[in-house]
Design a protein around this ligand. Structure first.
Ligand SMILES: NC(=O)c1ccc[n+]([C@@H]2O[C@H](COP(=O)([O-])OP(=O)(O)OC[C@H]3O[C@@H](n4cnc5c(N)ncnc54)[C@H](OP(=O)(O)O)[C@@H]3O)[C@@H](O)[C@H]2O)c1
Length: 313
């Protein structure tokens, strides 16, 4: 049963949440980080010879051309999977992806790495996932958006009955499929290009797989946030649909998902008990997501909150 004090705090937190939403929508984006003097490295450069891990990047196109070299620069060993790995264009990509990068066929690449990124066109991603051999236990990253369906008004329909990542997981239950809301790939080339790091939501049914992907994204200089189980990937499809709107309207502007830390409910009351939202079954294995700045403590939040009015009657 909430106490009078917790009711006051709850009301207060709600008010702050609403105010923050209003400010965010009025301003368009949260305060920018300090401008870098020059192009910022994604993270700390890796120690010479250190290897972060092995990642198979399936495909050698636009996404692979941004992600692979960025992973290589952070100390990952990149193995490209290509239908034709002998092409000059693939060799050139390997050349700029770190000293240990290679290119082999798609199934060969997937067999050699514990983490497999499906950097192939969204239209074929579900089928391609089934051509890579036995990926049992491997972390398989899907980045593809939702199905495209045009509405009569010229915008896209919201297609949220299932995300492609869920379809891949359903067909291949032993894979550990993780979906990220892929930011504009320019953030992999320069994470501070807009002076604010992009948020990358990470959804997947296996919490340790989410943690693996979160650490990889953190190394690449974007900010990973835990998005829970894979079905929440359907929300990312909706974000993608939104992100297309300025382009469809031919505006000379774009926007990107950026989340900011806010007042944590759990500093004030038990949300699970109070709202009856349910307790996640994975709570004991909750992934640890890396953070660039430590989260403020509950005491710090208490100090920051402005004085409160009387409790609701
Ligand atoms: N957020 C962003 O800014 C952004 C930007 C670009 C792409 N994306 C997303 O990233 C994903 C990949 O897009 P992309 O532009 O990189 O695609 P892409 O350049 O058209 O193709 C990617 C690669 O996939 C391989 N491939 C193509 N068709 C295939 C097939 N039928 N079977 C197996 N492999 C095939 C090819 O590599 P090989 O010829 O070497 O086999 C190709 O180079 C998509 O989901 C796309 O929406 C996002």
């Amino acid at each position: 049963m909430p106490t009078r004090l917790s009711m006051r705090l709850l009301c207060h937190v709600r008010c702050i949440g609403l105010a923050a939403l209003a400010i965010a929508s009025a301003c368009g984006s949260p305060p920018a980080e300090k401008a870098p003097a020059e192009k910022a490295p994604a993270q700390n450069p890796p120690a010479p010879g250190a290897e972060k891990g092995v990642v198979a990047v399936i495909g050698t196109g636009t996404l692979a051309g941004a992600l692979g070299p960025a992973l290589g620069a952070q100390g990952y060993r990149v193995i490209y999977g290509s239908r034709d790995p002998g092409r000059d264009v693939v060799r050139a990509l390997v050349q700029r992806s770190g000293p240990k990068a290679t290119a082999v066929t798609q199934p060969e690449a997937a067999a050699q790495a514990p983490v497999v990124v499906l950097a192939v066109p969204g239209e074929v991603v579900v089928d391609v996932a089934g051509t890579l051999g036995d990926l049992s236990g491997k972390v398989v990253i899907d980045v593809s958006g939702g199905d495209k369906k045009l509405a009569p008004d010229g915008y896209q329909e919201l297609t949220s009955d299932s995300a492609k990542a869920e379809r891949i997981q359903a067909r291949h239950p032993t894979m550990r499929v993780v979906r990220i809301n892929l930011p504009n790939i320019v953030y992999f080339m320069d994470p501070l290009v807009t002076k604010t790091r992009a948020t990358v939501f990470v959804a997947g049914n296996d919490p340790t797989a989410r943690e693996t992907v979160a650490n990889m994204m953190f190394d690449l200089g974007v900010d990973p946030w835990d998005a829970g189980p894979l079905r929440f990937a359907r929300l990312f499809d909706a974000f993608n649909t939104l992100a297309n709107i300025p382009g469809q309207q031919r505006r000379a502007e774009g926007y990107q998902v950026v989340m900011m830390p806010t007042v944590p409910f759990s500093c004030f009351f038990d949300m699970v008990d109070y709202f009856k939202f349910g307790e996640p079954a994975e709570l004991k294995q909750l992934p640890k997501f890396p953070r660039r700045e430590p989260a403020p403590t509950c005491e710090e939040w208490m100090r920051r909150l402005p004085p409160m009015g009387p409790p609701p009657q």
